[in-house]
Design a protein around this ligand. Structure first.
Ligand SMILES: [Fe+2]
Ligand SMILES: [Fe+2]
Length: 157
């Protein structure tokens, strides 16, 4: 009986220690440069996915089926393996509320800063078609921001 009790206590202690170690590991803040590199890598993987998907579409239209398949399968690896693994490490996805706040920040930056400056710079450089499209996209980003803001308000109700 006594041995059983000691054994039970021992198991409980080991379990507690394991939980504590796992918690400590997951709460450990990541090195700033590592986090930056994860973000850069994810942007690259997402862009490669979009680009290779377009390349695949183009090759398929030209009848180069084998090349289209190669671009398509590589695109899938970039998105569903490399990007997916990196986003988990980076903790990209949070609660719905966190995700909305993140999205609002991004769309606000695009609306108020990025596309505004890009449109101005393109206009000054004489790239009028690009300037016009940047400005149109900027207004669409503002709509995205507003829709996300409304969704966040609904979530709080
Ligand atoms: Fe990759
Ligand atoms: Fe957007």
């Amino acid at each position: 009986m006594k041995i059983r009790l000691v054994f039970a206590i021992l198991i409980a202690a080991v379990t507690l220690l394991t939980v504590k170690l796992i918690t400590a590991e997951s709460e450990k803040t990541m090195n700033e440069q590592t986090m930056k590199n994860l973000s850069t890598a994810m942007h690259g993987e997402a862009f490669a996915y979009a680009k290779y998907s377009l390349f695949a579409e183009h090759a398929r239209q030209n009848g180069n089926t084998k090349l289209a398949d190669l671009f398509e399968s590589t695109a899938k690896t970039e998105r569903f393996e490399h990007f997916s693994e990196e986003e988990k490490l980076a903790g990209l996805v949070g609660t719905d509320s966190d995700n909305l706040k993140d999205a609002i920040m991004g769309e606000s930056y695009e609306t108020e800063t990025m596309y505004r400056e890009f449109a101005q710079q393109a206009k000054q450089a004489g790239d009028l078609e690009v300037a016009k499209r940047f400005e149109e996209i900027r207004l669409e980003e503002a709509k995205h921001r507003d829709a996300f803001n409304a969704a966040l308000s609904d979530l709080k109700k």
